[in-house]
Write a protein that binds this ligand. Structure first.
Ligand code: IPE
Ligand code: IPE
Ligand code: MG
Length: 251
């Protein structure tokens, strides 16, 4: 936990979360698994395994708190550059996570969704992913949105290509293109923009996550490494969010 948050803890200790002012959509860049492992002289993969436990805890906490949509950045388009060993460990962890969490998602009324280049994932992972998405499609309690082989720029390129094709084939008039048209062709077309974006591990960057969608998101950076991130810290961040004034450019 960083010192700024600890200081906030003391003054916020008695402040309760206001259920009426919760962020509808929380997005998280789950970073720091590798450093968590390195600090313990462990293999990076063990950091990812511990990180998966945090994912479980934060998904459950989000559902309990009443968040409508939780988007987790699990694997970026750039993460394919990592070693074959690390990528395959991440893919098998993802598969294991989906299999073990399916009953949890059913029991908690959570609907699973995925954004990104799903077709690049190994076939067995795609199959489990599709099966869990199908099984949970009617669940209404919370939307869990996993960003897998996701890149904000790739998403924008995909949108531009689709719109260009529609314009060429005559079904879309270029002068009729609005911000809503752009949104229609993003992976997130049926999800509201994130109200709050959290990044763990102390890095102060976006790393190609939801570039269009975070235009007016509140940003929160914590130095806590993802495997150490807890429900307590999450609640404190939500409290800090509730102290902020969102203006969206208005006076
Ligand atoms: C985040 O942890 C998980 C993924 C990007 C898949 P990292 O693996 O990036 O951990 P650090 O940044 O090296 O500590
Ligand atoms: C961002 O973390 C991607 C995910 C958390 C999945 P990275 O560790 O890949 O980002 P950089 O390399 O620090 O920018
Ligand atoms: Mg990282």
């Amino acid at each position: 936990m960083n010192s700024e948050l600890s200081a906030a803890d003391v003054s916020d200790r008695d402040i309760q979360l206001d259920p009426a002012r919760l962020p509808a959509h929380v997005a998280i860049i789950m970073d720091g698994n590798g450093r968590w492992a390195r600090q313990r002289l462990l293999n990076r993969v063990l950091g990812h395994e511990k990180g998966a436990d945090t994912v479980r805890a934060i998904v459950t906490a989000s559902r309990e708190i009443g968040i409508s949509t939780l988007t987790l950045y699990a694997f970026s388009t750039e993460n394919w550059q990592r070693s074959v060993l690390e990528v395959s460990a991440l893919m098998s962890l993802l598969k294991k996570f989906l299999e073990s969490e399916k009953p949890v998602m059913m029991a908690n009324d959570i609907r699973l969704n995925a954004i990104g280049q799903i077709e690049r994932l190994p076939d067995d992972v795609q199959n489990v992913l599709r099966a869990v998405m199908q099984a949970t499609a009617e669940n209404q309690g919370m939307r869990l949105n996993l960003a897998l082989s996701y890149g904000g720029r790739a998403e924008i390129v995909r949108m531009a290509r689709t719109i260009a094709e529609k314009a060429i084939s005559g079904v879309l008039e270029p002068s009729s293109i609005t911000e809503n048209t752009i949104v229609d062709y993003l992976y997130t077309h049926d999800i509201p923009d994130p109200d709050l974006l959290i990044r763990t591990s102390g890095e102060m960057r976006i790393s190609n996550f939801l570039l269009w969608q975070i235009a007016y998101s509140e940003l929160y950076f914590t130095s806590t490494l993802w495997p150490d991130f807890s429900k307590e810290e999450y609640v404190n961040i939500l409290k800090a969010y509730q102290q902020r004034e969102r203006r969206f450019g208005a006076a």
